[in-house]
Write a protein that binds this ligand. Structure first.
Ligand SMILES: Cc1cc2nc3c(=O)[nH]c(=O)nc-3n(C[C@H](O)[C@H](O)[C@H](O)COP(=O)(O)O)c2cc1C
Length: 199
C-alpha cells in the first residue's frame, strides 16, 4: 500500500505534544485514516532528506538496524485489510506480510495486557543487530535500543499532533511476538506501541 505524502508542518506545537504526552491504556475502535497512518510511520522511520536516505530518528552510523511493523485490525485503518504490515522507508509504503487480526494474540503475548487489543493499530519496533554489530560489535546492541527510544518518542509526539494517543509496552515474550506477527526471527521486538483515539 503506497502511503500518501507526509506533511512536514502542522498546527500543534511541539511543546504542546511534549506537555500532553501520556501512556494511554484505553482506546476505542474509531478507525484511522491512511493519512494519519502515513504521518505516524513517517515520524517513526520516514526519510527526511529530499534525495537522501537519512530518517526521522537518529541512528548510530546511519546504519538503520530498525524496522517498524504494524498489526492492524478489521475496519481499523482506511483501505487496509486486517493483517501484519511492514513499513518500507525507501518507498514510504506499508506491505502486508501476514493476513489476519493478531492484536488479541499480541496482547496475550504481552502478559495479558488486553487493553492493547482495542487500539486500531499496534506498532512493533524491531532491531536486526547484524546491521549494526558489523561496525560497532556488542555496543551496537546498546545503540539499537537507544534508537528504539527515539522512534518511540517520535510516535508518541506525532500521535498527539494528530489528535491520537499512544501506549508503550516493553513487557512481552519476544518469541511469541515474533511467532504471532510472522516476522523474521532475526528481528528482535523491542517496543510495542498501540495507537488510536482515547476512550
Ligand atoms: C521501556 C518501557 C516499557 C514500558 N512497558 C510498559 C508495559 O509493558 N505496560 C504498560 O502499561 N506501560 C509500560 N510502559 C509505560 C510506563 O509505565 C509509563 O511510561 C510510566 O508510567 C510513565 O507514564 P507516562 O508515560 O504516562 O508519562 C513502559 C514504558 C517504557 C519506557
Amino acid at each position: 500500500m503506497q502511503l500518501p505524502d507526509p506533511k512536514t508542518d502542522g498546527d500543534v506545537s511541539l511543546e504542546m505534544t511534549i506537555h500532553q504526552r501520556r501512556t494511554v491504556r484505553s482506546f476505542h475502535g474509531t478507525s484511522l485514516t491512511l493519512t494519519q497512518l502515513s504521518q505516524l510511520l513517517w515520524a517513526a522511520q520516514g526519510i527526511t532528506e529530499p534525495e537522501g536516505f537519512k530518517r526521522a530518528a537518529p541512528s548510530a552510523g546511519a546504519l538503520y538496524p530498525m524496522d517498524i511493523y504494524g498489526a492492524v485490525g478489521g475496519d481499523c485503518i482506511e483501505r487496509l485489510n486486517p493483517g501484519v504490515y511492514l513499513y518500507k522507508s525507501a518507498t514510504h509504503s506499508f506491505s502486508l506480510i501476514q493476513e489476519g487480526d493478531v492484536r488479541r494474540d499480541i496482547a496475550m503475548a504481552s502478559l495479558g495486557q488486553m487493553w492493547m487489543s482495542y487500539a486500531p493499530i499496534t506498532f512493533v519496533i524491531t532491531a536486526e543487530y547484524s546491521r549494526i554489530m558489523g561496525k560497532y560489535g556488542q555496543r551496537g546492541v546498546r545503540y539499537a535500543m537507544i534508537e528504539a527510544g527515539h522512534i518511540g518518542q517520535n510516535i508518541f509526539l506525532q500521535s498527539l499532533a494528530l489528535g491520537l494517543e499512544a501506549g508503550i509496552v516493553g513487557a512481552f515474550e519476544d518469541q511469541k511476538i515474533i511467532q504471532v506477527m510472522g516476522i523474521k526471527s532475526t528481528h528482535e521486538p523491542l517496543l510495542l506501541m498501540p495507537v488510536g483515539y482515547e476512550k
